[in-house]
Design a protein around this ligand. Structure first.
Ligand code: NAD
Ligand code: TDX
Length: 332
């Protein structure tokens, strides 16, 4: 049996991966999480105590990280400051967690010869024109736009350098926009669902024409486990499920599924530097490692996600006022 250290395992995608590993393998999981505003330990309730341990701590704490990495067979690194809007207000925590934190983990993996998988984003590639026939591939040049995406790009480059210079056994995955249960209400889809559930109109940035390539978090987790078990060391794999939609279409679908008029949203001040379109070509992952997404019907996945937010108000209500206060201060 392997012991896997999952950083950021109390966040949206990390907690989904923890459940996925415990449900589908015999591995033991330790979560290392700072428990920032973005974490929710309720996402980890009910896990088997014999196979799961939660450690509260910072991935930039070198002594703690060294101790933990020494006792594990693999590290799967999700921990990050993850929200673009916050990075535009205050970039420093993004540098500390995403860059220094990743560096700290890599040094420990190097010392202990530990398998390392780094979770990253398609945002490192910048954006595409709406009519560009191309999608991002593993060979697309890095061109990040925001403080958030530039720190993720920096962390990817650190991983590549630690593979080449120090022989760390690492892989990288860059995934498109995730949706599903347990996502923080600051993010687009949960913000709009919980707005409608609290009697507030959804807020679209700019004209709502920006395109995101949606993937269910369960599909992201199955892809990461596949890469951890079968990926080639030193390689990058793009993860996506062919889910391109513009933001207006998504808001209209949320409103429609919640029985509201589909034009009952507000257009608000655009995000500065707002990336226009992301689109992933995941051919390498599919052909080399035989991975396929299970959630290929976005409307069905969205309906299940809406149902989850409707029946889990205790999970998200405590975060909602603080998230909306941050948006109000930004005029959004
Ligand atoms: P999230 O904000 O929901 O969770 C991040 C978690 O990391 C939180 O639990 C937080 O407490 C923890 N964390 C932050 N800084 C830490 C530190 N210094 N030490 C220890 N723990 C710390 O984020 P998410 O949406 O689940 O994203 C997880 C990862 O996936 C990130 O690396 C992100 O870049 C990447 N990613 C996200 C998406 C997406 O659509 N959400 C898409 C592609 C990649
Ligand atoms: O209220 C909103 N209105 C709106 O129109 C919010 C919160 C967002 N938007 C737009 C901005 C984006 O075009 O919706 C789109 C999605 O926004 P976010 O949920 O903030 O996601 P994004 O900026 O695309 O980044 C996400 O995907 C890539 C994650 O937050 C990142 O962590 C991941 O790397």
């Amino acid at each position: 049996m392997s012991h896997i250290l999952v950083t950021g395992g109390a966040g949206f995608i990390g907690s989904n991966f923890v459940h996925h590993v415990l449900d589908n393998t015999v591995h033991h999981v330790t979560v290392l999480d700072k428990l920032t505003y973005a974490a929710n330990t309720a996402s980890l309730e009910g896990l088997p105590a014999s196979r799961f341990t939660l450690v509260q701590g910072d991935i930039a704490d070198a002594d703690l990280v060294d101790d933990l990495v020494a006792g594990h067979d693999a590290v799967v690194h999700y921990a990050a400051e993850s929200h673009n809007d916050n990075s535009l207000d205050d970039p420093r925590p993004f540098l500390e967690s995403n860059v220094i934190g990743t560096y700290t983990l890599l040094e420990a993996a190097r010392r202990h010869g530990t398998r390392f998988h780094h979770i990253s984003t398609d945002e490192v590639y910048g954006d595409l024109a709406l009519d560009d026939p191309n999608r991002f591939t593993e060979s697309t040049a890095y061109n990040p736009s925001s403080p958030y995406s530039s720190t993720k790009a920096a962390s990817d480059l650190l991983v590549r350098a630690w593979v080449r210079s120090f022989g760390v056994d690492a892989t990288i995955s860059n995934c498109s926009n995730n949706y599903g249960p347990y996502q923080h209400v600051e993010k687009f889809i949960p913000r709009q669902i919980t707005n409608v559930l609290t009697g507030v109109r959804p807020k679209l940035y700019g004209a709502g024409a920006n395109v995101r390539d949606w993937i269910h978090a369960d599909d992201h987790s199955s892809a990461v486990l596949t890469i951890l078990e079968h990926g080639r060391i030193g390689e990058t794999y793009l993860i996506g499920a062919d889910g391109e939609m513009n933001n207006r279409e998504v808001v209209e679908m949320i409103l429609g599924q919640l029985g509201q008029p589909t034009d009952a949203y507000d257009l608000v001040t655009d995000r500065v530097g707002h990336d226009l379109r992301y689109a992933i070509d995941s051919t390498k992952l599919r052909s080399e490692l035989s991975w396929e997404p299970r959630y290929t019907n976005f409307a069905e996945g969205l309906a299940a996600t809406i149902a989850w937010y409707q029946s889990n108000r205790d999970w998200w209500e405590p975060q909602k006022d603080a998230a909306e206060a941050r948006y109000a201060a930004q005029g959004r």
